[in-house]
Design a binder for this molecule. Structure first.
Ligand code: FES
Length: 102
């Protein structure tokens, strides 16, 4: 469904989606890398449990929340990929880190 535009200068790197090795391009977002790979569900709805996928790709809708390197609630559309990054789908609600709760 989604195709990468050719950028021959972008370095190929490896990330992992729930242990599956994926090729990504340096400089692209986690969301772009997962969509290019054909991943359609990034998280499950807190209310219905239904699959959710990125919508805005600009940090507004929060539909792209994933867990990255053990940290939940990361917006996949705003985080650039990094070599060896470990990504997991997010299932339901996650705790808010205590240090950011007043
Ligand atoms: S796709 Fe909307 S915040 Fe990431």
């Amino acid at each position: 469904m989604f195709k990468r535009r050719h950028n021959h200068k972008a370095k190929s790197i490896t990330v992992y989606l729930e242990g599956e090795k994926l090729a990504a391009r340096e400089g692209e977002s986690v969301a772009a890398a997962l969509l290019a790979h054909g991943t359609g569900d990034f998280r499950r709805s807190v209310i219905s449990g239904g699959p959710r996928a990125p919508y805005c790709m600009i940090g507004v809708c929060f539909e792209c929340l994933v867990e990255i390197d053990g940290v939940a609630n990361r917006q996949a559309c705003l985080v650039p990929v990094r070599e060896g990054m470990r990504i997991s789908r997010q299932y339901g609600m996650r705790e808010v880190a205590p240090e950011i709760v007043p």
